[in-house]
Design a protein around this ligand. Structure first.
Ligand SMILES: Cc1cc2nc3c(=O)[nH]c(=O)nc-3n(C[C@H](O)[C@H](O)[C@H](O)COP(=O)(O)OP(=O)(O)OC[C@H]3O[C@@H](n4cnc5c(N)ncnc54)[C@H](O)[C@@H]3O)c2cc1C
Length: 374
């Protein structure tokens, strides 16, 4: 048997194969770095594969006139992703699928709608675009305005595959014995050893299978958080799933799933009272959002990077910010004089790792037996 080379060396080892690690790998490989990504569980990560895939425009944060650094920084991101999707960005996402051109905001009739429009106007400098309702929404009984958020919604499993497939020989389950000039940790909860304080925001996301039509909406109400954010996903068997985030999901992971289902149906009843849902199956997904802690009660505005010796820890804060996070990493490497070797090692001899399953493929579905869907 051939002796294993004990002087194996990459330029960079990335730890963690969610969006943060995968985007960084593609970026570094394109720049000529001999990069290796280690993912001990599944390609596509934990939060990434469970995300709703919305590339936020910041308009959501303009609710009630809340124009902050987060809203301003994030407003540039949809264009960065659109470039990648067209194949003209620094990372090529041309094979990834877009689930929807945009997420809509449903603003019910009343004072709150005017406040929203004022906030949005001062953010974008123009009137927000009220749009003609798609036919399926016209028959839901919704009363109010529908606003185009300028937020593309991506099919995340296809984004993950598009990023990973060209580099499968560099994405491995472990990298025992391989050394590198720099280790980049994009490992979410695996970044805990960084010494940086992180925050975990628990969510109990709701899922509804056999949804009647595709829907991508923020249902906004009296709070600065949407009452519900609904995206639509298709199972391998072609069933439509509505995936509920927003206030519906903002609760402890151990709370009663029935409370999530009630909140989902209450939101639908309030905004779209005539929607008919038959043969629904329901499920929940308990999950944490993991972010570097910016200060008590606040959210970090942009990606967070933290250097510790030969290790660089990174949190994108949102999937939307992965390109900005990778740009910051590239700048950081340059400032530390860590240059690409332009070697392209084949790491296929290291153990392989498979893709993560999205929540709608592995959910424990239950039949909705309540009388609420009549
Ligand atoms: C339910 C939900 C919905 C969301 N929706 C949106 C949205 O619509 N738009 C948006 O912009 N953001 C959204 N987010 C936020 C977004 O998903 C995250 O900010 C982003 O996916 C984080 O990416 P990541 O790569 O850092 O983490 P993850 O995807 O969690 O990946 C981290 C990876 O690190 C691996 N790992 C752990 N420990 C180690 C170790 N020691 N060594 C190596 N690897 C390790 C894990 O196995 C995992 O694969 C959502 C989040 C959640 C939870």
């Amino acid at each position: 048997m051939a002796e294993r080379d004990t002087n194996l060396r990459a330029d960079i080892i990335i730890h963690g194969g969610g969006i943060a690690g995968l985007w960084t790998l593609a970026r570094l490989k394109n720049l000529g770095y001999d990069a290796l990504l280690v993912e001990p569980n599944a390609i596509g990560g934990v939060q990434t594969i469970a995300s709703q895939g919305i590339i936020h425009s910041g308009l959501k944060y303009a609710i009630g006139g809340k124009i902050n650094a987060l809203a301003r920084e994030i407003s540039a991101m949809p264009e960065v992703w659109r470039e990648a999707l067209s194949g003209s960005g620094p990372v090529d996402l041309s094979k990834a699928k877009r689930s929807a051109e945009t997420q809509y905001m449903m603003i019910p009739k009343g004072v709150m709608g005017s406040i929203l429009k004022i906030g949005a106007k001062s953010f974008f400098g123009t009137e927000v675009e009220k749009i003609k309702w798609p036919p399926e929404i016209s028959v839901t009984g919704f009363e109010g305005s529908l606003v185009d958020m300028g937020e593309p919604v991506l099919d995340i499993p296809s984004v993950v595959r598009t990023l990973a497939e060209p580099y499968m020989s560099c994405i491995r389950k472990s990298a025992d014995g391989v050394k590198a000039a720099k280790h980049i940790y994009t490992a979410a909860e695996g970044n805990d050893e960084s010494g940086i304080e992180t925050q975990r925001r628990p969510l109990l996301m709701g899922l509804l299978k056999n949804a009647p039509f595709p829907l991508w909406v923020h249902l906004v109400g009296a709070s600065d958080k949407p009452a519900a954010t609904i995206t639509t996903h298709e199972t391998k068997d072609g069933e439509l799933v509505w995936y509920f985030g927003g206030q519906v999901a903002e609760r402890g992971k151990n709370e009663n799933p029935d409370d999530v289902y009630k909140a989902m149906f209450d939101a639908l009843k309030k905004y779209m009272p005539l929607t008919e849902i038959n043969d629904a199956e329901l499920a929940v997904l308990p999950i944490d959002r993991i972010e570097a802690k910016p200060g008590v009660g606040a959210l970090p505005d942009t990606p967070v990077l933290h250097n510790k010796g030969d290790r660089l820890y990174a949190w994108p804060t949102k999937l939307t910010f992965a390109p900005m996070m990778a740009d910051k990493i590239v700048e950081e490497l340059a400032s530390q004089n860590i240059s690409p070797s332009h070697n392209h090692s084949d790491w296929s001899f290291l153990p392989e790792v498979s893709y993560a399953q999205p929540p709608w493929e592995k959910a424990q579905w239950i039949k909705d037996k309540s009388d609420r869907q009549a």
